[in-house]
Design a protein around this ligand. Sequence first.
Ligand code: AHN
Ligand code: ZN
Length: 335
Amino acid sequence: MNRNHFLLSCSCLLFSLLSCSNQGNAGKQPLSATAADATNLSVVVPAFNADSAYRYVDEQVAFGPRVPNTPAHKACGNYLADRLKAFGAVVTNQYIDLPAYDGTLLKARNIIGSFNPEQKKRIALFAHWDSRPWADADPDPKKQYTPVAGANDGASGVGILLEIARLLGAQPATLGVDLILLDAEDYGAHQDYQGAHKEEYWGMGAQYWARNPHRPGYNARFGILLDMVGGFDARFHYEGYSREYASSINRKVWRMAKQLNHADRFVDRNGGFVTDDHLFVNRYAGIPTIDIIPYSDGGEFFAHWHTVKDDMSAIDKQTLQAVGETVTAVVYNEK
Ligand code: AHN
Ligand code: ZN
């Protein structure tokens, strides 16, 4: 047991004791330190490596913008599936033609890597792997039709999931885990578009997966979506739909972040509502799913969101580490 594991175990024990006394105070039957607590103590969470996650972000970005119907998108999809397979996941591809807001038919691909596929108790982790076709939030009007590198908006979440895949391949978790890389998240209309727009033009790969999961009758105990989880000064608040559909999962994740000393990034406050992939997973698949996304109430996501500056210079390894080790600990602590 290395030092981190030891510290985590100690804080688990401390937390268990505190929650026992709280429950006692609330007049409920006081809980003794039960077998469940003892099992908690024995969980060894493998070390999340942010250098490794950073490399997976960089490798995606190196293909160029992962805009559907482009060679870079196709090549990166193959890379992601190969990576998942190399880590020991069972990979399922969903190749789908999705009509975008302007009638463009997107040749989309959801890529699912499953660990321990026969286990009925499962966790679903999501990120989108496509990048935005236009930097329509760029301050320079000449750049507003340039595709976005999507280092933070896209590749960061996938990079963390690939690192978790590496860990799962080396040391299985108790529950089965599905890493669900969604396509066509970021093809919502350009800001100059004058026609009618619907929220369904975002998160199109997620809508398909939520209505047609990779396994018929698929279910998971809960889901976690990672979006823009690599930025400098990222602050995560409880996102609105996550609160409405999955507030207990918010609390589970934020509590773990606090135990790991990441309360500075995982702030104990409510944020705004974001139309993101998790909305459709909650709405159509009925899996309680939160979104870890840097969004305060009414604020922006991050400084270079949907601009040409969302490249590798926008990625902070410390943010990858904070989010990565928190999600990893949540996954491995689930019984
Ligand atoms: C809206 O801005 C409505 N949704 C943002 C979802 C998104 C875009 N996530 C990443 N890029
Ligand atoms: Zn985006």
